[in-house]
Design a protein around this ligand. Structure first.
Ligand code: NAI
Ligand code: PYR
Ligand code: MG
Length: 371
């Protein structure tokens, strides 16, 4: 199969779809890989590093899209990239379609086979291709929040861990999955006073067992959420209903009960955000203020640590990408229901239930795509 790796074009997105090490795996199996020039510069991989493992280098993204059977990316395709997709071409990347009707319409129009990393599942009910970036984003959320709490950045002017004689900051994490766990780990490590809310009792039990006295776990209701955010210095939004638009858990009205200068980091922004006042921001201008509350809503947080993130992402995506290349997408999906769960758009139709529901579009059953 001809594999194409374009350079990412989202603001400050330095990750790349395939590392040179991953490219060598495709080449060893007889596939060809075309990488756009400079695509790997953000992870310190020059064109020569890709040439050395057998890739060809293309001058433009147009060349990559025109001559590839499968495009492997990191971020959802932006409008100019969507315009280059064609019928039957495979797109393997993050898509986050539920909050993005424009992208969904363009992907439907393209006729491409669009497989989203974030809805691929595993035997334990997890999301293995989202997990590595959630680990990164969870850890970064505390760094980003700690920085935004500095007075010169608009925050309350508090140090996350306090100092002897002055209390630590209160960090409230909403959603105790992969992002939430990793955020809590960092916040606990920085000696913050940490509370994690979730509405899944099993998740709360796992967290309580892990953190013991190091963090508080609280069942999430509107009332408990209000109690916790009223005292919080840093609130981290980390909820997910897989494939769906995030539920809006903190309304604009609720900001008035928070302390002025408190910071909210909405990691769930890629699924539309879990705070009513969230809107996507970029690494260039990551924060804005609403009603005295600092909001950080960067939708591609892991792009900031592109090397760590690209290698972690490839560890998870490579086996799936190789199977698609070896078998063709249809056979690869037929033999793996977890990869099938990644199919979001096929032949102009939406095949992911959560996306169809969120965008009120017709759902085409996966069986139709695999027939
Ligand atoms: N902004 C960025 O750069 C990145 C964003 N993300 C996003 O972060 C979000 C979280 O991802 P993961 O931690 O991997 O998901 P996850 O599935 O591991 O965890 C989500 C948790 O939210 C909980 N939850 C769902 N609805 C809830 C509610 N109403 N109240 C309280 N808890 C609720 C679930 O029980 C679950 O424990 C996703 O939207 C993901 O796409 C992930 C990586 C990077
Ligand atoms: C998960 C995601 O959207 C990201 O890594 O940017
Ligand atoms: Mg994202």
């Amino acid at each position: 199969m001809r594999i194409g790796v374009p350079k990412e074009i989202k603001n400050n997105e330095f990750r790349v779809g395939l590392t040179p090490e991953s490219v060598s795996e495709f080449v060893a199996r007889g596939h060809t890989v075309l990488v756009e020039t400079q695509a790997g510069m953000g992870i310190g991989a020059a064109d020569d590093a890709y040439r050395a493992v057998g890739a060809d280098i293309a001058d433009t993204a147009t060349d990559v899209f025109a001559s590839s059977d499968m495009i492997i990316k990191v971020k959802e395709p932006l409008a100019p990239e969507r315009a280059m997709l064609r019928e039957g071409q495979i797109l393997f990347t993050y898509l986050h379609l539920a909050p993005d009707p424009e992208q969904t319409q363009d992907l439907m129009k393209s006729g491409a086979v669009c497989i989203a990393y974030e809805t691929v599942t595993d035997r334990t009910g997890g999301l293995p291709l989202l997990k590595p970036m959630s680990q990164v984003a969870g850890r970064l959320a505390v760094q980003a929040g700690a920085s935004a709490l500095e007075k010169a950045k608009g925050g309350r002017g508090v140090l996350i861990g306090g100092v002897p004689g002055v209390r630590a900051s209160r960090v409230v994490v909403i959603g105790g999955g992969v992002v939430g766990f990793n955020a809590a780990q960092m916040a606990v490590g920085m000696h913050a006073d940490v509370t994690i809310l979730d509405r899944n009792p099993d998740v709360l039990e796992r967290l309580a067992t892990h953190f013991e006295a190091g963090a508080n776990t609280v069942y999430s209701t509107r009332a408990t959420l209000e109690q916790e955010i009223a005292q919080a210095d840093l609130v981290i939004g980390a909820v997910l209903v897989p494939g769906s638009a995030a539920p809006k858990l903190i309304t604009r009205e609720m900001l008035s009960i928070m302390q002025p200068g408190a910071v909210m980091v909405d990691v769930a922004i890629d699924q539309g955000g879990c705070f009513e006042t969230s809107k996507p921001t970029t690494h260039d201008a990551p924060t804005y203020v609403v009603d005295d509350i600092v909001h950080y809503c960067v939708a591609n947080m892991p792009g900031a640590v592109a090397r760590t993130s690209t290698y972690a992402l490839n560890n998870a995506t490579l086996p799936h990408a190789l199977r698609i290349a070896d078998k063709g997408w249809k056979d690869a999906l037929r033999s793996d229901p977890h990869l099938t769960a990644g199919l979001n758009v096929w032949n102009g139709k939406v095949t992911c239930e959560a996306v169809a529901e969120s965008l009120k579009l017709d759902l085409t059953p996966l069986t139709a795509a695999l027939a």
